[in-house]
Unconditional design. Structure first.
Length: 80
């Protein structure tokens, strides 16, 4: 899956990942390979991801939105 995490200030991450966990407004959720298409708002919290080489990375965001479709994921954060 290809992930981009973008804020108005800069691009925090771009690359291939195995898993993305986000703080959704209805609760935290994960996106894995071939996830159904989704658009969701995000609360302030931590975005956790695991890269294809198994490394875990985290990014704190102040809210935003996520869109996932055809294994392409975009997170637009308000700020980080």
């Amino acid at each position: 899956m290809y992930l981009e995490i973008i804020t108005p200030e800069n691009k925090l991450f771009t690359g291939e990942v195995r898993l993305v966990q986000v703080p959704g407004t209805k609760g935290s959720f994960e996106i894995l390979h071939n996830h159904a298409p989704i658009i969701s708002s995000l609360l302030e919290g931590t975005v956790r991801l695991i890269t294809t080489d198994g490394k875990e990375k985290t990014f704190d965001i102040k809210g935003g939105v996520i869109e996932a479709h055809n294994n392409n994921i975009t997170i637009l954060g308000e700020s980080a």
